[in-house]
Structure formats: C-alpha cells, structure tokens
Ligand binder design. Structure first.
Ligand code: 5GW
Ligand code: MN
Length: 290
C-alpha cells in the first residue's frame, strides 16, 4: 500500500493494538490512549499546517509558585515542535518565572485582579478565557488548551490531543458508573444532570479545541454560572459542573484518557501505561487563600 504523497509510510496495523480500554465513545469520538495513535504519522499531517496552540493557565495568588515546573516540563513534553503561546493569568506578574522557551513559543502575561475567594476566580475563569479568545487570540492561534497550573508534564502530550472540542476523562471517575459521578444534582442549578444521564465525568483541569468551539463553551458555562449566582446557587464543583453539563448536550469531538489528567496522589492502574500530565500533591493550607 502506498501512503499519500508527503505522508510517512506506516505499516497498516490491526487495531486495536490493546483490548483493555475502549478507543471510541458511544458517539464515536476517539478516546486517546497510549497505543491508539502513531505520533510520527500525526506529525507528518500536522507539522505542515504550521499551527499555533494557545494555552491558558491561571496562576492567581500563591499558585504562581507552580509556574516554573509547569513551564519547564511543558517545554520538554507539551506540543514539542509546534508554536505555543502560553497565556498566564496572574495577579503577580513580577513573580512569573523566566523560563527558557524553544523557538516559536512565548509567554504572554495577562494581569487579573487578586481574589480571596477561589469561587470568584473560578467563576471568572471561563469568562476570562472567552474574552481572551474574542479580544486577543482570534487570528493568532488555531487551537486552545486550558490547563491547571498545579501540575507537571511527565510524558508526550502532543497533536494527538487536538480536536474541534476536546474533553478529558477525570482520573477519579473513569472506572465508576454514571450515577456515582459528582455531577450537580439539584434541578435548580443550570449545571443540573439527572441521575441516569451523562456519558463520562470530565475534568475541569484540561480542556480545549478550536477557538470558536471553546469560545462558545466558555461563554455558555460562564452565563450559566452567573445565572446560578443570581439565583443564589453554586454548583457542586463550580465550573467543572457546568463543563460537564455542557459536554452532555454538546458532545466533545475527542476525549483524552486519564493519561492526560492524572493526579500524583492517585493509585496505580494497569490500564495507565504512562502518565502525561499530573496534578502535584499540594498543601492546601499553605497555598489557598481560604
Ligand atoms: C483553588 C482552590 C481554593 C482556593 C484557591 C484556588 C486557586 C486556583 C488559586 O488561589 N489560584 C489559582 O490560580 N487557581 C487556579 O485554578 C490554578 O490554575 C489551579 O490549578 C486551578 C484549579 O484549582 P486547583 O488546582 O486548586 O483545584 P484542584 O481541583 O485541581 O485541586
Ligand atoms: Mn489542579
């Protein structure tokens, strides 16, 4: 068999190469696991597109301390060989570390007000991403990823993760049944998901996609968050609850396995062949304002 011109020839493989996990959702969105993609082939497709991947990260208050490890490990594992614009939202621009970046990659610092209540930072996060896309990133990037800062990269996290609307399966829930998911269960909230519904429990720490799709998603989530606030209700897991509600009715086009959102404190599972991005163990009393 001949590969299309310019594409790297790859041996046709009888997929799946592993049978312990599923590679597609019930609506046939790929679920990205180690063993489900060929990175050389993907690079031969994506490299010529000359993409820029905007990446947002919030580092408000003491969370600036996480930036150094986050950026240093991202430069080793995250979208290596591609153009990346890191948008760092912080109230402490002077504390943003000076990390050496590869060519074509840059840091842009966005000043935000300080806040003593995380719920306020969280409430505004979706809106700030929406406005950033509308006012700054449009025309300057192709895809966007929005990541938690209290984390490190440990292995390859590349273009296999790109898609129109990308959600990540939360590492605490991937082995559980849907009625055990911590969705918002009160019908009064705009994040409400009734028992018996829902596909996966998605993590708020890693999501992304095309600019327009992420703009629409963050806009809806922030509007619903505001509507809840006006009604005196706060969803169980704030923006993560609204994100889960959105993805129930607007199915993601690609799902990332928990390899892409792990937690250092989590136990070991044989299906997790490698951890690509993981939340560090943190001392809550030391770093959180409340
Ligand atoms: C989070 C919780 C309570 C109080 C403050 C915060 C907080 C979060 C903060 O003070 N500053 C900040 O920048 N954040 C941003 O929100 C970070 O990007 C952080 O990674 C993200 C989510 O908060 P996390 O990481 O503490 O939440 P979990 O669920 O990952 O532990
Ligand atoms: Mn986190």
């Amino acid at each position: 068999m001949l590969a299309p011109e310019g594409l790297l020839y790859t041996q046709p493989t009888v997929f799946p190469s592993r049978t312990d996990v599923v590679f597609a959702s019930p609506w046939l969105a790929p679920i990205v696991w180690e063993g489900s993609f060929n990175i050389a082939l993907l690079d031969s497709i994506y490299k010529p597109m000359n993409l820029t991947i905007a990446t947002t990260v919030f580092a408000v208050g003491k969370y600036v301390a996480f930036l150094k490890d986050f950026l240093e490990t991202a430069e080793i594992h995250y979208m290596v060989g591609y153009k990346v614009d890191y948008y760092i939202f912080t109230d402490r621009p002077g504390d943003v570390p000076n990390v050496t970046l590869a060519e074509g990659r840059r840091v842009r610092v966005m000043k935000v007000p300080s806040s003593n209540r995380w719920q306020e930072i969280s409430a505004r996060r979706m809106e700030m991403i929406q406005l950033l896309i509308e006012n700054t990133i449009r025309g300057q990037a192709d895809y966007i990823f929005c990541l938690d800062v209290d984390s490190k990269f440990h292995a390859h996290f590349g273009v296999e993760a790109l898609g129109r609307l990308v959600a990540t399966i939360h590492p605490s829930f991937w082995t559980l049944q849907r009625d055990q998911f911590t969705y918002e269960r009160r019908p009064e909230s705009r994040a409400y998901i009734p028992l018996g519904e829902g596909d996966f429990y998605y993590g708020g720490a890693v999501f992304g996609g095309l600019l327009e799709d992420v703009r629409a998603m963050t806009k809806t989530c922030s509007q619903n968050f505001e509507a809840d606030t006006a009604n005196g209700i706060e969803a169980a897991w704030q923006e993560e609850s609204h994100l889960n509600r959105y993805f129930l009715y607007n199915k993601p086009s690609k799902l990332l396995s928990p390899e892409y959102l792990w937690m250092d404190v989590a136990g070991w599972n044989k299906e997790i062949k490698l951890v690509r991005f993981s939340g560090v163990e943190k001392n809550y009393a030391e770093i959180r304002p409340n």
